[in-house]
Design a protein around this ligand. Sequence first.
Ligand code: SAH
Length: 520
Amino acid sequence: MTISKENTTGRVCLIGAGPGDEGLITVQGLRMLRLADVVVYDMLANPRLLNEVRPDAEHVPVGMRGESDKLSQDQINALLIDRAKQGYFVVRLKGGDPYLFGRGAEEVAAVTRSGIGCQVVPGVTSGIAAPMAAGIPVSRRDVASTVTFVTGHEDPTKGQMQVDYRALAGLIQAGGTVCFFMAVGRWQEITDALSGYGAVAQTPVAVVERGFTPLQRCIRSDLAKATKAMKQANLKSPAIMVVGPVAAISEPGLEFYIRRPLFTQRVVITRTRHQASKLYDMLSEFGAHVLEAPTIEFKPPEDWGQIDKAITHLDQFDWLVLTSVNGVEALAKRLGFLSLDARDLAGVKIAAIGDATESELRARLGIQADLVPPHYVAESLGQQLIDGGFVKDRKFLLLRADIARPKLHQMLNEAGGQVKDLAIYETKRAQRLPEDVLAALRRKEVDWVTFTSSSTAINMAEMLGGERDLIQDLNIASIGPITSQTVRDLGWTINVEADPSNLRGLVAAIVQASHANTKC
Ligand code: SAH
């Protein structure tokens, strides 16, 4: 008997993505996700997790219940089975934990019935994590000894209520915690039912909306006033409603998530998508809500002729000067393309502008720069080379962006050096600002805009066109003096400037300024 391919390789894995923050997926979940041929994902799974999926994998978004244009549960089951039968490794990525009010068990049963292998990776549930991010521990020895998870949205096809509100009220009266999922819009029914069975009016209630995300909100109240408070705050799904004494706990240490220095700050970053992730991660780590608006795209030079000639004859130069991380990356790639490596740079001295360029050199090529100027601008490097007596009658190869300033070239020339100045990468303005960023700017829902080079500022101004004023009243953070000057020339005002002129300096400057703002 021949065994067909689909019966040996096709399989399904349900993975819990955790709630909100993409970092809450488990290590095993992430490993499996990276192997997927097909990913079928919920709206509640953080979309940034899709960056972990192989670019050639198929992405299938499927909605939550209640969204009529999205796939039904039967259709989802059929999709999982169909793709697995075609021999694919299908990952079903679900928000929180797959089994907790997530129909995970139904999907496993359907897949298994069709003869396909199925695995499950548990996830962090929002029932615990969302209250945690709001400073609420769901259990605490001296306060709550039971935690109950309840669906606030009874399946109407069940015909009768399965939730025993009398029992829940009893647990709450004994100090227990009840976490309601899918309770948005049902505040009245839930609080009425609990009160009706004897839970006292002063029982603490907290609702955490979009828990473990930078947009998280938490409204605290009590059983008697909860409905009004939640309606007033216009809380939307997804949210967890916590009922019981723990919902009143408020202590600084427990509020680690909301006390991060940039929590509630909305920051636009303007670098290329390729470069953005480091800044994104650093800002997110401090709690900021980061909006990506790439203003630049990089592309290789149209013609490699001169560059190839220079890097295959490096012995003709005394110094190789690299002015950016991107320049190092482009050089490393080109060396590889030409079947060269770091050994071919052995005879030439290397100067780098900026500590990021320096560490990129070490990481990509294993090379320690011979010279890194104290200030991360071309003038500082030029001066140091001149002061060191390294310039007169020496030959320099400058590999830089097409739009780099001519200053270094001029300084070296004037001091008697010979300079070969080549663009190893080209920059292009991005086409347009992403819709979500433009909308946020128009609604004044942005606190900071960051510029990490002059071109990010110039391009932003061009992309905004007649709407340049949208930036006027925002806080602007710049990476260094040259960028700041460009920003001023564009008619905007600089609020903070990084010192040192690198990403860490930029983030530190924003943190410091935000801290000062919240103090006054
Ligand atoms: N399996 C998921 C729950 C799915 S049901 C889990 O374990 O978390 C969907 C409900 O989960 C939402 O209606 C909401 O009540 C809750 N939920 C999911 N993500 C949330 C988040 N980030 N913040 C608050 N509640 C969330």
